[in-house]
Write a protein that binds this ligand. Structure first.
Ligand code: NAP
Length: 290
């Protein structure tokens, strides 16, 4: 029996992820996108059918995947009048790739359980390039049995996928990811700014220091564009502020301390005021260079 799948949200991330899943598995897939044209474009390139609502896409599906913007969007496509949960059959599984709060993951997990549906929160890391190359890192929360069924499908667009605990654990792990990135990118921005102002050739400096203890993915992949002042390479400041807001809310609840994260969040608000809402996260250097 060929599994039936649905995909909700064909944005920068969802579009290529759904493509990998369809092409590598040949599964029967229905896609829904709020802006219908994107779904039409997707099926012209990949096999599948479009649906006019999340519910219509999800009816009959064994697995429903989603990758939308934030908590409210996620509630709308699941619990809304035409939401997927209204139509999903018992025994089916909803896999959510949105970066959202742990609270909404727990809430939707509980709602799903009432309907006999599985729910796996599965936010991703790796950016647009990771999605396009099918090499994302996926952090999951939810029941073990549901996760075990979802993992082989997720691995069609991931290089690493792991269950980290009950519902919400995937989102909490993604918060750890974003907290670790925030301070690191600011440190990298300060380093490059300092070196440039000191008159060093920072391309050459990075060639050396990236091989030592200061090396990082951000240094490897973003130093050239940071030096050039080009910020059109992926995850936008607006998205980062959404994510850091989620981290700071959670930290208030679990009583952890995120002083650098809070500061960097404010730095991104300055980047937004500079017109950089859609600039990528490495644009922290732009506010240092003003
Ligand atoms: P995006 O390009 O803006 O796409 C968002 C998708 O969600 C679009 O398909 C959009 O439909 C749909 N959507 C939003 N609100 C909706 C609603 N209320 N009802 C129905 N559909 C709705 O965003 P993205 O870059 O793919 O990011 C998606 C998620 O992945 C976010 O949570 C983001 O934080 C996370 N993420 C992004 C990256 C990255 O590098 N971009 C990396 C890691 C994680 P329309 O086409 O109609 O707007």
């Amino acid at each position: 029996m060929v599994l039936k799948t649905a995909w909700i949200g064909l944005g920068v991330m969802g579009y290529p992820m759904a493509g990998h899943l369809q092409r590598k598995t040949g599964l029967d897939m229905k896609v829904y996108n709020r802006t219908a044209q994107k779904a039409e474009t997707w099926i012209a390139k990949d096999q599948g059918k479009t649906a006019t609502t999340p519910a219509a896409a999800a009816a009959d599906a064994d697995f429903v995947f989603a990758c939308v913007g934030n908590d409210d969007d996620l509630r709308q496509v699941t619990l809304g009048t035409d939401g997927a949960f209204q139509a999903m059959k018992p025994g089916s599984i909803f896999v959510d790739h949105t970066t959202a709060s742990a609270n909404v993951a727990r809430e939707l997990h509980a709602e799903a359980q009432k309907r006999g549906i599985g729910f796996v929160d599965a936010p991703v890391s790796g950016g647009q390039a990771g999605a396009e190359n099918g090499l994302l890192t996926v952090m999951c929360g939810g029941g073990e049995a549901d996760y075990a069924k979802a993992e082989p499908l997720i691995m069609n667009y991931a290089k690493m996928c792991k269950r980290l605990g009950d519902a919400g654990s995937g989102q909490l792990a993604k918060m750890c990811n974003q907290i670790a990135i925030a301070g690191l990118v600011q440190g990298l921005a300060e380093s490059i700014q300092f070196g440039m102002k000191a008159g060093l050739d920072m391309e050459q400096v990075v060639e050396v220091i990236s091989k030592g203890a200061a090396g990082s993915w951000q240094m490897e992949n973003r130093h050239k564009t940071m030096i050039a002042g080009k910020f059109d390479f992926g995850f936008a400041a607006d998205w980062m502020r959404k994510d850091l807001g989620i981290c700071l809310d959670e930290a208030r609840k679990n009583k952890s301390h995120l002083p650098v994260t809070a500061l960097v969040d404010q730095f991104y608000s300055e980047v937004q005021k500079m017109g950089g809402s859609r600039w990528d996260t490495s644009s922290l250097i732009a506010r240092l260079m003003r």
